[in-house]
Design a binder for this molecule. Sequence first.
Ligand SMILES: [Zn+2]
Length: 235
Amino acid sequence: MTDDRSATGPGGGKRRIILLMGAAGAGKGTQADRLAVELGTPHLASGNLFRAAIAARTELGARARVYMDRGELVPDALTISMFMDELSRPSAERGAILDGFPRTVGQAAALDNVLAERGDRIDAVVYIEVPDDVLVERLAGRWVCPTCGTPYHELTDPPAASGRCDRDGTDLVQRDDDRPEVVRARLERQIPPMLEVIDHYDRSGRVVRVDGRQSIDAVTSDIMAHLAARADGRA
Ligand SMILES: [Zn+2]
C-alpha cells in the first residue's frame, strides 16, 4: 500500500501526535473526528477519556471519578496518565489527535515532559482560528422552542418566520448559556490561556494555523495539506 503512512516511515516509523486547538464554536470536535479518519489515528478528547475510563472501571478511571463526583477538576497528572495510557495502545501506533488538553502552559509543559520520557513529542499543533465576533455569532445564535423543544440557529437553521417555531408558532427563547454576553464572557476566559499554549508550541515552530471561517470541508483539507507539507519537510 502506498498511502500517506510511507511519509512517516513504514511500520514502526515515528508516530504523529497532533494537538488540535480552537475556541468553543471553532469546529474543533468536528475536525478532530475527521482528522482521526483521514490519519487513521484515534481522537483522544479529554472529556471522553474520563468517561470511557470510568465506564471501563480502570484504576485511573476510579481515581478520576473521585474528583468528578465532587465536582472538582481532575488533576493534571491524572489526566496526563490517561492520555499516556491511550497512547500506549496499539490503536495509537501511528499517532493520535489530542483534543481538550493541555489547556494551560503548565499542562503543556507537564505533558511535554512525560512524552519526552517515552521518546515522543507533540508533532504539530493545529490551531483553528476564528475571530471572536464570528464565534459569538455561531454560539449565540441558538434558540429553542419552549413548547416542543425544537432547536434553531439564526445562521444555519433559522425558522421560516423570524423568532417563531415552525411547528407551533411559539416565540423562541434563548438559554442563558447561549446569550451573547454570556458567550462572550466564556470566550474571554477560555481564549487567553489557549493562546498561551499556542505560543508555547509556536516557539519551536510546531503550530499550523488554519482559517476556521471556511467550510468544514475546506478546513479539513487545509489541515491535511499543512500536515502533509510538514511530514514531507521532515522526511
Ligand atoms: Zn415548537
